[in-house]
Design a protein around this ligand. Structure first.
Ligand SMILES: *[C@@H]1O[C@H](CO)[C@@H](O)[C@H](O)[C@H]1NC(C)=O
Ligand SMILES: CC(=O)N[C@H]1CO[C@H](CO)[C@@H](O)[C@@H]1O
Length: 747
């Protein structure tokens, strides 16, 4: 089953295929829904009459209702997924080099957290796209306003003159030099070996120069004289207090902007927008909006690609892929953005932290694409400038591919252009304008990209998810538990804020997007509140093992069946889905662990913080995920040993350890009771589900116990956390046991 984009003669430029086997899936989903309804019915009709048991029961009833409804939401992305395919040869035949202008935005924020050498690899990989260089401009937005980054970019500009022709001559892939040399060191010698050695030497030199200056922390005087750009860093300039800096390092209009083969180079621009301590700068969204204005002055690309500074291009054809969507004669004009799948380089085989987000990429986003279009996730996304500027789609919209481009600006000198562009990057420029509101990326939310994407969809534009087999954009996944927790806190918090804002998918999108797409967005918007029922589920069934009342039907009861069916169906389908997406069984188990841990920590904090924010107790903050990691941390990451950071006790670790210990104590008590009971089988039948839940929780928490009691390395749990959480867990368990043993028979 395939639908081609409408034909303009010679075939469409892309094709959309619906996934197969949907009827079977819908039948299966229907059966699970019946099971869930029966569970609800059982919960609603069997509420115990008295005391504590009643409240435990009601909490589980609420949790079961919540999980059931949430499961229903996740069906939206499994209902009619689709896949996309492009035909780049048709694009080349039809348009030759008559392609639109593209501006690439690379955003970096802090040279300490995001090392300049890493950023330069991303910049070089996008400069080396297989795309007409006179149509390509690359902008580096440096929100750290650091002359170290500027220096690194100067170095990269010099190296690009050698690197781009080398890539062209030998069809090098990938075009991030670091990734290429990392992969190519083991390659057998070829005719190109000499040239490769030469270019590798140049690369190492550049890397060394950047490292030396970065370690020094300032620019030596003799280097300062080499470029006028350094004059922008006056004494007293800090990352939070400086004027706008716009430096055109390679001006594609100039005849000397050529590589060593004499072919034109893409334009390369350094931008650091003005920062003042008393001005709010709106994080990455603010940087993107500045870039949109600066680039409209300098190159005015019709298309905008934005990538995070750690996400290099792994495929030199990606721009052409994106153009297949935008330039399709039939369906192209209504597409607002094309989100590429984000893949990660640093993922181990069993993906200990679930950081490859495989299910989201391989399942959810294809599903979203099938019901209205993927979310914009902030990196690896091509936008039409017109739609990103906040314009509505109208049926008579036609993109003018020939418009834009810097040819029209031939008479203006680079210096004059820089001066004009600087004004656009000033703080005051946005005062009393619609920037951040109706124009450009939206402000005021930690996941500004998602809300911006939603608003583009609500303005009538379509969006496309493209997930080629070979990853097009590769980033660095979090390599420790705390990085993962932090990242997901920001995401869950931001998404939850969207739900409570006027941009809630159900409200904002109610006229312009379908119900299934609104449900799809809600999957993420409801991450944060998921924490509460999950915590209920990991405490109540285990703690009530200490008492006499069971909270689930006995094995001999007919009501046992829906519970068993839903549990087996959910776990079995999840495993099947994971394996089909290329995960290992162990990876699936790890994913489950992270599913729990995110709910115990990230989502809980995101939930509470958002409530505090809404109640007016807190200002919004934004934390960048750290991208450098120590050597022994990297070693443990590769051995897939969970990182509990011995030296940095934290509230999240204490919560994880306490919940793990509570379950361990409960399981121990249950086993003891079982051994003491005359009728072990009867006990087992009565408490089957509670034993199962408690047992699974203990099994999945294996790494926590090991980190608390057995590990000696730097990734173990801090002793203070071990002591606090063991004591806290003992207190919880004793309290629960005392209540249940009280003469009134609490549970
Ligand atoms: C990146 O590209 C290379 C080819 O250059 C390919 O072998 C590799 O699989 C790609 N990486 C991912 C994660 O897709
Ligand atoms: C940037 C970074 O952390 N890269 C690491 C990714 O993982 C490989 C091995 O899996 C390391 O060698 C890199 O240093």
């Amino acid at each position: 089953m395939g639908t081609e984009g409408r034909d303009g003669g010679g075939g469409a430029l892309f094709e959309t295929t619906a996934a197969e086997g949907r009827q079977g899936y819908r039948l299966f989903a229907g059966s699970v829904l019946v099971g869930i309804s029966l569970i609800w019915a059982y919960r609603a009709t069997h509420i115990p009459a008295e005391g504590g048991a009643k409240w435990a029961w009601i909490a589980l009833l609420a949790a079961d209702v919540w999980f059931g409804l949430y499961w229903l939401l996740t069906q939206s992305v499994r209902w009619s997924p689709s896949r996309r395919q492009t035909f780049k040869n048709r694009l080349s035949q039809r348009y030759k080099e008559e392609l639109p202008t593209v501006d690439v935005f690379v955003c970096t924020a802090d040279p300490k957290i995001e090392p300049p050498a890493l950023v330069m690899n991303t910049v070089l990989s996008v400069m080396a796209y297989d795309y007409p260089p006179e149509k390509l401009s690359v902008y580096l937005s440096d929100d750290g306003g650091s002359e170290l980054t500027f220096y690194a970019l100067l170095q990269a500009a010099g190296f690009a003159r050698e690197w781009i022709p080398f890539c062209r001559r030998f069809q090098v892939e990938p075009r991030s030099p670091a990734a290429y040399f990392r992969a190519a060191t083991a390659a057998p010698p070829t005719a190109a070996a000499d040239e490769r050695r030469a270019i590798e030497k140049l690369y190492k030199e550049m890397e060394e120069n950047i490292r030396t200056v970065t370690e020094l922390g300032r620019i030596p005087e003799d280097i300062r004289g080499e470029h006028k750009g350094f004059l922008e860093w006056l004494p007293g300039t800090t990352s939070r207090d400086h004027q706008s800096i716009v430096q055109i390092l390679i001006d594609g209009r100039e005849p000397d902007a050529v590589d060593v083969d004499g072919r034109p180079l893409p334009t390369l621009v350094y931008v650091a927008r003005e920062k003042r301590p008393h001005r709010h700068h709106n994080f990455k969204a603010g940087a993107m909006n500045s870039l949109m204005r600066v680039s409209s002055e300098i190159s005015g690309g019709r298309m905008i690609l934005n990538v995070d500074c750690d996400m290099y291009s792994n495929d030199s054809q990606s721009v052409r892929d994106a153009m297949c969507f935008f330039m399709d004669e039939g369906a192209g004009d209504e597409i607002g953005y094309v989100q590429f799948a984000q893949k990660f380089e640093n993922v181990t085989k069993n993906d200990l932290y679930g950081s490859s987000l495989t299910i989201i990429t391989e399942v959810d986003f294809h599903g979203l694409d099938g019901v209205g279009g993927p979310l914009y996730t902030g990196s690896g996304c091509f936008h039409r400038r017109w739609s990103l500027m906040g314009n509505k789609y109208s049926d008579d919209f036609r993109e003018d591919w020939k418009a834009g481009g810097r040819r029209s600006l031939k008479e203006i000198s680079a210096l004059a252009l820089e001066q004009r562009a600087k004004v656009l990057a000033d703080c005051i420029f946005e005062d009393n304008t619609e920037w951040g509101n109706e124009v450009g990326l939206k402000y005021g939310c930690p996941v500004e990209d998602v809300i911006t994407g939603l608003s583009i969809q609500c303005k009538g534009w379509k969006s496309v998810f493209f997930n080629p087999t070979r990853g097009a954009f590769l980033g660095i996944a979090p390599m420790t538990l705390s990085q993962t927790i932090l990242q997901h806190k920001r995401w869950s918090e931001g998404d939850f804020q969207i739900l409570l804002s006027p941009f809630s998918p159900f409200l904002y999108g109610r006229h312009s997007t379908g119900l299934l797409l609104q449900m799809g967005y809600s999957i993420y918007c409801l991450w944060a509140p998921n924490s509460i029922p999950t915590i209920c589920y990991s405490l109540i069934p285990s703690l009530s093992l200490l008492g006499r009342t069971t909270l689930y039907p006995q094995v001999s009861s007919l009501w046992f069946l829906p519970f068993a069916y839903v549990a087996v169906a959910a776990a079995g389908y999840g495993l099947w889905e994971a394996l089909r997406c290329g995960m290992t069984a162990r990876g699936w188990w790890n994913e489950w662990r992270m599913w729990l841990y995110k709910r115990f920590t990230s989502y809980l904090f995101g939930f509470l913080d958002t409530l505090l924010l809404k109640a007016g107790f807190r200002n919004s903050t934004f934390v960048i995920t750290e991208k450098v990691t120590g050597k022994d941390v990297a070693g443990r990451f590769e051995r897939e040993e969970m990182e509990f950071g011995a030296s940095s006790p934290s509230l999240s670790l204490t919560i994880l350890a306490t919940l793990a210990m509570v379950n361990l104590f409960c399981l121990a008590a249950a086993v003891w009771r079982m051994a003491a009971a005359e009728a072990t089988a009867a006990f087992l039948g009565e408490f089957f589900f509670q034993l199962l839940i408690c047992g699974l929780l203990v099994a999945i928490n294996g790494p926590v116990y090991r980190a608390m009691f057995f590990r000696k390395d730097g990734g173990r749990m801090a002793a203070s956390v071990t002591v606090t959480s063991t004591a806290a867990a003992a207190a919880v368990v004793c309290l629960a046991a005392a209540l249940m043993a009280s003469p009134r028979g609490f549970i």
